[in-house]
Design a protein around this ligand. Structure first.
Ligand SMILES: NC(=O)c1ccc[n+]([C@@H]2O[C@H](COP(=O)([O-])OP(=O)(O)OC[C@H]3O[C@@H](n4cnc5c(N)ncnc54)[C@H](OP(=O)(O)O)[C@@H]3O)[C@@H](O)[C@H]2O)c1
Length: 299
């Protein structure tokens, strides 16, 4: 009796879909347009349900493809569960995963809320590992599909005042390139796009809108990035960097010594107020003042 390959059996029943996280605005929204424009059924994920519904309708009408959405907080494991549930509910399987959702935290590390920092790590990297672990095995079993990880040029260097955000992007770069090697020859692609400065709300939301990088670097449109990244994702490029300036920054980061690179990046990324003055760290209370201890240990 012929054996039925469970992966092939699943494919006959379920429809392929591109899962795009962080699709309500910015780069994620541009990816949603790009994938739909190329004829993919898409499942859009973000928290804002009304925003998702509006974009899903616009894209469905414009591109005449299946557009589904799921409202979920990807900084939590339950948010990732919801994406799997939504695929099941709509009779879909994940053929492409775009790990795009992220948040930025800017400023002196000690002045940033602990919850916001941990959420940044959870959303920007834990969710990426979680979703990939959920969907990659089936892609490998089918011998087709791809994962597109949206990192950042910031991931190629230490970035003072964006220390945690940039570190999540650095983790993504290392992890994505290693995975790309592991899946080589399987028919599955793992790619990483590292955008430079893109015209979106993330910098203002993170409190970095007056930093020099945000004011002075030329901004690329999300649509241009999404179009180029999609094209190179289809070719299976491991690392996608769009724009000569961004390629130059990445090249410099590789060769410029840390004693020059880190202060330069600090100069660019320092958080500033509306008048362009650097934001000072919050004054801190000496721990002894809280406990009443003196230097010699006597109260
Ligand atoms: N813009 C740039 O200059 C730039 C440069 C380099 C790299 N990038 C990277 O590009 C990606 C997209 O950035 P962007 O500028 O387009 O950001 P954005 O405009 O702030 O959009 C972020 C998206 O993520 C969603 N999101 C935020 N928190 C979420 C959560 N907890 N759970 C689920 N979804 C969540 C948001 O929707 P909801 O609020 O509805 O949840 C929104 O759709 C990020 O990975 C970012 O690091 C951006």
């Amino acid at each position: 009796m012929a054996r039925i390959d469970p992966a092939k059996q699943t494919r006959q029943v379920l429809k392929p879909a591109a899962v795009i996280t962080g699709a309500t605005r910015g780069i994620g929204r541009a990816f949603a347009e790009e994938f739909a424009g190329q004829g993919h059924t898409v499942l859009l994920a973000a928290r804002n349900e009304a925003g998702l519904a509006e974009i899903a309708e616009l894209i469905a009408v414009k591109h005449d493809v299946g557009v589904y959405y799921v409202s979920c907080d990807l900084a939590t494991p339950e948010g990732c569960d919801k994406i799997e549930e939504a695929l099941r509910t709509h009779g879909l399987y994940c053929e492409s995963l775009v790990n795009n959702a992220a948040m930025m935290t800017a400023g002196f590390f000690q002045d940033q809320e602990r919850d916001a920092l941990l959420k940044t790590v959870d959303l920007n990297f834990r969710a990426v590992v979680d979703l990939t672990r959920r969907f990659l095995p089936d892609m490998l079993a089918r011998g087709a599909g791809g994962i597109l990880n949206v990192s950042s040029v910031e991931g190629f260097m230490p970035v003072p005042y964006h220390a945690t955000y940039a570190a999540t992007k650095a983790a993504m770069i290392s992890w994505s390139r290693a995975l790309a090697y592991e899946v080589m020859g399987t028919g599955v692609r793992v790619c990483m796009v590292a955008p430079g400065m893109i015209e979106t709300d993330i910098h203002t939301a993170g409190g970095a809108e007056n930093s020099r990088y945000a004011l002075y670097l030329p901004k690329m449109k999300p649509g241009r990035l999404a179009e180029a990244a999609y094209r190179r994702f289809k070719h299976g490029n491991w690392v996608i960097i769009e724009g000569w300036l961004n390629r130059m920054f990445v090249g410099l980061a590789r060769f410029v010594p840390g004693y020059f690179l880190i202060p330069s990046s600090g100069w660019f990324f320092q958080v500033r107020n509306e008048d362009g003055k650097p934001v000072e760290p919050e004054p801190l209370e000496h721990p002894d003042a809280r406990t009443g201890d003196t230097d010699d240990g006597k109260v």
